[in-house]
Each structure stands twice: as structure tokens, then as C-alpha cells.
Design a protein around this ligand. Sequence first.
Ligand code: RB5
Length: 142
Amino acid sequence: MIAVGSDHAGYELKLELIGHLKERGFEVKDYGTDSTDSCDYPDFAKKVGHAVADAEAEKGLLVCGTGIGMSICANKIKGVRASVLSDEFSAEATRSHNDANVLCLGARVVDTAKAVKLLDIFLDTPFSEGENHCRRISKLED
Ligand code: RB5
């Protein structure tokens, strides 16, 4: 299952990305928000972050205006490795090097086509599991 959340700024892009995830056959759980009415991004980052940290979800997707507020909040939860992405190289690297488990996107930063591309790379790139990367991630968890 992919846990998904947004604030008002990310709501419309989130709906597009949920459609894409479902087309690809993923089970999706949407933790809100449910409209473009103003709301607070930490409320949704917290729910999605806990779903990932508690292994209810295999990965998380969070969308706000920039992706930054979502990532700051999600990264406070132990076990979450959230990355804000706007380029393909970083999308691949954060999976293969950092084993990132939450993707944060900015609806005011990337268009829908770029967001879909970043999401696909994020989902399709495995963690490299190299010794160096594993050691560094275990230091992050400490
Ligand atoms: C909302 O205006 C905006 O601050 C929020 O979506 C996000 O970009 C915060 O990081």
C-alpha cells in the first residue's frame, strides 16, 4: 500500500498522482486533505509518516506547495527517510543511496508530468544495499 497525503496546495496534484498509482496497480490509502480549503501540512505528514514508520505502508507520498514543509515534518518520525525531489537524478539516488521511503513533491515547483516521472523513478528504483549505504542508513536511525 502507498500512503498518500497533501495539504490544500498539493491537493490537485495529489489526485492526479493517486490516479496514476491506481493505473499502475498500486493500492492507495489517502490520508487527506480532501479539498483545496486551507489546512496545515504537518497534520497529513504525521499520518503518512506514521503509516510508513509502522510498516502499514510500503512507501509514502506527500504533496504540498514546495514539498519542504512535508519533508521537515515527516523526517521527525523515526524510521522515515523523506526526500523532496524535483529532478530525476536525485529521485534515483535517494532510493539507491538513502533508501528513502517517503517522496515529497511541491505542486508549485513541478508540473504533473514531472511529478509522475519522479514518482515512477522513486517507486521503481531499488535500494542498492551496498555495505557503505547500509552503514550510513543505520547511523541515520541511531
Ligand atoms: C501553503 O501555502 C504552503 O506553505 C505549503 O503548502 C508548503 O509549501 C509548505 O512547505
